[in-house]
Design a protein around this ligand. Structure first.
Ligand SMILES: Nc1ncnc2c1ncn2[C@@H]1O[C@H](COP(=O)(O)OP(=O)(O)OP(=O)(O)O)[C@@H](O)[C@H]1O
Length: 304
């Protein structure tokens, strides 16, 4: 049994909005990422995992329990970091944390103190006076103060500065090592790449690709950029029957995309040319992702 299960989840808000037949499984100790832009359906999926919303079709389960039926129990146990959080006004961060401690029945504050230190959060400030970033840190500490086994994170690092983003990523990696199961949504490639064992790309409420990023990196085509000194050489090269992803005449450059099996013959071919520069572009999750969002603009021709 997987720790987190999404089966055929559908919520149709009309006009093509919502999520449609989404399925995913997350095993114990795994970090699963939902990658997509605003409005793709990430928060809708997460709201169903947290039992805030009832599926029209399909089901979501955590630890084998239906998220809608067992919503109160799961909401207590799971570490949930919402995309946006509205804090009450008229109290300090410390008072808010005290309230949360009581609600959750936490008496041992060792883990909470560790979190406050780690995220450099001074809770003795009024919630109203807190900057957006500080509020975000408070949301993080609140979500994890009970040291939950399962973390559900909606765009976890949005609103954090780059240093805090790194601290957060290191923290999640450590939690993963401690065996926690994590489901996160994001539109930040670096975050997803650094954390996730499996990634689903979501577009218009549907999963359009699901993969293990390590396998994809190994198996994906390679991109090389070749720059020439001489226009005739550039012309001869670009008239070859390769898959060119861009051709730049003013700079006498071309980018080509090769399957692993084509590399040897390419190296033999290219050795006959006078080359000014030869660069391999490593696999990029962003480029892979963009394929699904720019399918109609395959040949851009202007990349440098
Ligand atoms: N309660 C609702 N009623 C109507 N439409 C909704 C509702 N909730 C979400 N939607 C629509 O469903 C689509 C998916 O929204 P969702 O919030 O899941 O996207 P997202 O990928 O999390 O993006 P964002 O980062 O902008 O929240 C959007 O077009 C949104 O406007």
């Amino acid at each position: 049994m997987s720790v987190i299960e999404i089966h055929d989840l559908t919520k149709d808000y009309g006009h093509g909005r919502g999520v449609f037949h989404v399925s995913a499984q997350v095993e114990k100790g795994q970090c699963y990422g939902f990658l997509g832009p605003n409005g793709a359906g990430k928060s809708t999926t997460i709201r169903h995992l947290m039992g805030f919303s009832k599926p029209q079709i399909g089901r979501t389960l955590i630890d084998g329990k239906d998220c809608w039926t067992y919503s109160a129990e799961l909401q207590r146990e799971v570490g949930y970091l919402p995309g946006e959080i509205a804090f009450p006004t008229g109290m300090t961060g410390a008072q808010f944390l005290d309230m949360q401690k009581k609600m959750r029945g936490i008496s041992d504050v060792t883990y909470l103190d560790r979190l406050l230190k780690r995220f450099e959060l001074d809770p003795d400030i009024g919630l109203k006076q807190m900057s957006l970033g500080t509020k975000r840190k408070l949301a993080v500490v609140t979500a994890f103060m009970h040291d939950p086994k399962i973390l559900i994170l909606d765009e976890p690092t949005s609103g954090l500065d780059p240093i805090m983003q790194e601290i957060f990523i290191d923290y999640i990696l450590e939690e993963k090592k401690r065996g926690k199961t994590i489901f996160l949504s994001s539109h930040i490639f670096h975050e997803v790449d650094a954390l996730c064992d499996r990634i689903a790309i979501i577009r218009d409420g549907k999963i359009v690709s699901e993969f293990d990023p390590e396998v994809l990196k190994k198996e994906s085509d390679k991109i090389y950029r070749v720059t020439f000194e001489d226009e005739n050489q550039w012309k001869a090269f670009t008239s070859h029957n390769y898959t060119f992803t861009s051709i730049n005449k003013p700079k006498l450059r071309a980018r080509i995309q090769l399957k692993n099996s084509e590399i040897t013959s390419f190296i033999t071919d290219i050795s006959q040319f006078h080359i000014k520069d030869f660069t391999e572009f490593p696999f990029s999750l962003e480029d892979y992702f963009m394929q699904f969002y720019h399918e109609d603009r395959k040949f851009e021709g202007v990349k440098q």
